[in-house]
Write a protein that binds this ligand. Sequence first.
Ligand code: AMP
Length: 114
Amino acid sequence: MKETLFDAILRGEIPCKKVYEDDATLAFHDIAPQAPVHVLVIPKTRIQNVGEADDSHGEALGRVLLAARNVAQLLGIQKTGFRIVLNNGKDGGQTVDYLHAHVLGGRALDWPPG
Ligand code: AMP
């Protein structure tokens, strides 16, 4: 898999505004926020996206969701509600080929997406 920006962030070579970290995940503020809260959660295990994941990635994928919950709690949007988005591939709008969950909240979000 090709080196991505998020590999460099994970190694600490490119700075990020860290929100949360544990043994399996890192969460940091999106550089171009689309909502008052917009955080990206990445697994420390390298996965391109959900479409490219295999059965061995179950634990890592689950940990991303649990980290998203922790982010929502830490940033005070757990009770008001939030959205978790995983863009997959070209038509899914994925621009960085390292799996990341967007955690969006702090305002009412439109549905469906365009
Ligand atoms: P996606 O389009 O789903 O692949 O999302 C990639 C996200 O990464 C976008 O929302 C970008 O704003 C965000 N992004 C790009 N560069 C950085 C960076 N250096 N730090 C934090 N977020 C970034």
